[in-house]
Design a protein around this ligand. Structure first.
Ligand code: FAD
Length: 597
């Protein structure tokens, strides 16, 4: 069975040594978030996720959620409900939520390691509280005072959970097609919501007495397409303006989806049949309000990819040290044993080091994005906030797409390290690979993240966020140019940054001439950006580790992994650059009806 141990040392290195979180939190006014407090939270989070959530991971996969057709009720796998009660009792639900609504008011970046640990320990379970955070954000930014009063507190306290109801049978990516209707009720200002949503995560469950659905729907006079979408709060149990919970609303789970992975996560068809709903964020402003949820959720899903990668590679590493097969090509390394452990073989090392490079570098990408959320929300300087906002918008699709695609890659490599045993359920590696697959699909597929990056963040916003990132690289290269420990990374980093800029200019120019060029370049541009960003984080890790009080072994591990990354993974950028340079021509030339000619 696969096990999980929270990588506290590397989490602390990322947070404190590289990102300077201790000083950052104090500067942003989080007086409570001292290093001692955050350290204690990390240790306790590790204990909770390792001992409560991780042991339920396999049960969740094997037993899954069950659905009662007669009542529409959903029962979660054994132990899941108790683990949720434990989570709520421990105060985890409101860790980063504002204190005025019952939260603990800690910075987002201090809560992000907990998120990684939950996902690594039990991704399916983690999906139940996941969208409560998105609902909290939407209510905080767009809710009226009474809505915040009525709905936020119970969500922050974990007594209720949230959902995000966008998808309908005929519309996923293209929300402009959605049909769910909202008819105003003059008597009390509520709306009657009718329609069917599919694939709704945590849409029904047995954890809490109420579930707050945030539902996209159309008002009667709404313009067609995405400009005519509004957002509604539709609780499972009715809640009036006085905040009192009443009788059952006309919301019912119609079925549970049968899925490839995350069996313990309830993925529901939810039917609304003249259900009582409350408009949030203004008429026809639903997409904007929903984006508040989606941005947080996209970073959170990126963290899911990271958590799974980390768990997979931890197990693969342990297995590679134990499993004895064949001798090293350069002669026996453990002559006293019947064979050498497979970690001596270059190909096994290729897989393990790829995982280590993507996991530890990816952790910095994810945690850095979380720290930008804090700067955007709490910095007092307008210019600093605006810069962080541009950078956050730019890195969000990169974090979501790269960490999840790397999650698929790392769980694949880790399974491969086990040989045939990886394919056997008992070891838990095939579950991780199956579970990882969803992360590249929900909250916007990888293709849609790439379009967001290329179309919105580069073309529409004129690469404002990229310019901030290029500035970070230049500053790093200038500051460390003379440092022996990182000298080898400086020239390649500078070259990469120059090509990144050049590729962006070229792609922008091509897009002016032919809009298909945006879509044709998007995927490769996103990964070019992801690998370049990772090169920066690896070079910076080496520089920071060298100057830190970390052990010699830790420093050497960072240095050698960075070298491996620059030599063996970073060249993937060459393929992506070539694909971008080739333009849309070869993609668009073949007529759709000739694909199978
Ligand atoms: C387990 C699970 C849980 C989910 N949870 C939720 C939830 O809680 N709430 C919710 O509302 N939804 C949820 N979803 C839905 C999920 O967000 C959608 O499945 C996803 O956004 C993709 O939509 P789709 O499946 O309709 O695919 P489509 O939109 O039909 O896309 C199909 C393919 O076409 C590509 N494509 C589409 N348009 C473009 C374009 N313009 N350019 C390039 N490529 C394009 C896509 O990338 C994809 O590869 C969940 C789905 C699953 C499977």
């Amino acid at each position: 069975m696969s096990t999980y141990q929270a990588p506290l040392a590397d989490m602390r290195f990322a947070l404190y040594d590289v990102l300077g979180a201790e000083a950052l939190f104090q500067r942003l006014g989080f007086a409570e978030a001292s290093r001692d407090v955050v350290d204690a939270i990390l240790s306790e989070a590790a204990r909770f996720t390792e001992t409560v959530l991780a042991p339920l991971n396999r049960i969740g996969d094997e037993i899954g959620c069950s659905y009662d057709k007669a009542t529409g009720d959903v029962t979660t796998p054994p132990g899941f409900k108790q683990a949720y009660a434990h989570y709520v009792d421990g105060g985890w639900a409101g860790l980063v939520a504002p204190t005025e609504f019952g939260g603990q008011g800690l910075p987002h970046a201090a809560g992000i390691p907990l998120k990684e640990m939950i996902d690594a320990a039990n991704l399916a379970w983690g999906n139940f509280p996941l969208l409560s955070h998105g609902a909290t954000e939407a209510l905080l930014h767009h809710g009226e005072a009474w809505q915040q009063e009525a709905f936020l507190k119970p969500i922050v306290e974990g007594r209720w959970t949230g959902t995000m109801c966008l998808t309908e049978p005929h519309c996923g990516t293209d929300l402009g097609l959605l049909k769910t209707r909202a008819v105003p009720n003059a008597a009390d200002g509520s709306h009657s919501i009718s329609g069917t949503k599919i694939f709704i995560t945590a849409g029904e469950h047995d954890f809490t007495e109420n579930i707050v659905h945030l539902v996209l729907a159309r008002l009667p006079d709404a313009p067609a397409g995405s400009k005519g979408i509004s957002l509604f709060i539709v609780p499972k149990m009715r809640v009036d303006r006085d905040g009192v919970m009443g009788e059952r609303n006309a919301v019912r789970c119609g079925a549970l989806e049968h899925k490839m992975g995350i069996h313990g996560s309830a993925t529901c068809v939810i039917n609304f049949d003249d259900a009582q709903g409350w408009l949030i964020g203004g008429p026809n402003k639903g997409l904007m309000a929903m984006f508040t949820m989606m941005n947080t959720a996209r970073l959170a899903v990126g963290l899911q990819g990271l958590g799974l990668s980390d768990r997979a590679w931890q197990n693969a590493l342990r297995y590679a040290r134990d499993r004895l097969q064949m001798r090293s090509l350069t002669g026996p390394k453990y002559p006293d044993k019947s064979a050498d452990p497979i970690i001596v073989h270059p190909d096994v090392r290729r897989m393990l080091l790829t995982c280590k490079a993507l996991v530890e570098g990816g952790r910095l990408m994810g945690y850095h994005a979380a720290s930008l959320v804090d700067i955007v929300g709490h910095a007092t300087d307008d210019a600093e906030r605006a810069q962080a906002d541009a950078l956050l918008g730019f890195v969000t699709p990169i974090v979501k797409a790269c960490l999840t695609e790397w999650g698929v890659e790392c769980t694949y490599h880790a399974l491969q390290c086990y040989g045939g045993h990886g394919y056997i359920a008992e070891h838990g590696m095939e579950q991780l690979a199956r579970d990882a697959r969803i992360t590249t699909l929900y909250e916007g597929t990888t293709g849609i993240q790439a379009l967001d990056l290329m179309g919105r963040k580069i073309v529409q916003q004129q690469a404002a966020g990229l310019r901030v990132f290029l500035g970070m690289i230049e500053q790093f290269c200038t500051e460390h140019a003379e440092e022996a420990a990182v000298a080898e990374f400086i020239a390649p980093l500078r070259e990469l940054a120059a090509s990144w800029q050049q590729l962006t200019l070229q792609a922008g120019k091509n897009a002016m001439a032919n809009a298909d060029e945006i879509g044709a370049a998007a995927y490769d541009y996103l990964f070019y950006s992801g690998y370049t960003a990772l090169a920066y984080w690896w070079a910076r890790s080496v520089a920071v580790a060298e100057r830190s009080s970390q052990s010699e072994a830790f420093k050497a591990a960072k240095r050698e992994t960075a070298r491996f990354y620059f030599a063996r993974i970073l060249p993937r950028t060459l393929t992506h650059a070539a694909a971008i340079a080739s333009g849309a021509g070869t993609l668009m030339a073949l007529d759709a009806d000739r694909f199978d000619a």
